[in-house]
Write a protein that binds this ligand. Sequence first.
Ligand code: ZN
Length: 281
Amino acid sequence: MTEDVVRYRRQGRVAIVTMNRPEFRNAQNSAMTYALDAAFRRAADDDEVRAVVLAGAGPHFSAGHDIGTPGRDIDQSFPRVASLWWDHVGKEGADSRFARESEVYVGMCRRWRELPKPTIAMVQGACVAGGLMLAWVCDLIVASEDAFFADPVLDMGIPGVEYFAHPWAMGTRQAKEFLFLGERIGAARALEWGMVNRVVAREELETETLGMAERIAAKPRLGLALTKKAINQAEDLMGLRSGIDAAFGLHHVAHAHNAETSTDSLAGQTARSMRDRYGER
Ligand code: ZN
């Protein structure tokens, strides 16, 4: 049942990893998280692969974390790979939430960001909340003109998604606008804010992205890996890593506050209520 939640194919020196739950706008459950991890590992291990494209099947890249599809699997255990922290299943309250989100969100995103080959997110349609995290961990982002980006989790009382790269993915003032309003920004605005590399017509998205990936893939493998690492290190020196850790603590204050004062750690918000608030497309 879960084997096709992520598809993997190789085209020359480029691996194409595709999230494949289009009926749920590629909402990311843990089955998808671990399937993505397996796909990225496969791309890392294959010496013929020099660049990786991350795509979403259907009209949307990703609507974010799965908070309400029939395949939601937050109460299931998976073999953990991001750290040796204990499993969240069977734990209560923050003990469970912190363990789970450290593993499947922050830990996995960091792990994928460190894949030693260039990665390009190919984004169309929705790239919302948890979907942003998947695009941001890629080295480059190519968006189609219909792409839109939003992090509306402030409506749950939460200061942004777990992998809190907002101030580095855009500017600090833009990050405040993005989070305070929670509104969608279009591809053109995302380009203006420096959050994406290129914006192309929807029908040219795949050709443009794969073309770019192929040109990158022609470069020396180790040279690419070292260049990527040098820039990732620079980004960490600019505070990305410690900033995410600091924000993650605040994120869990918010979850705990919600759990204490509301019906659940999401302040009673559901996929439906969030969609009603921001409109379906
Ligand atoms: Zn969370």
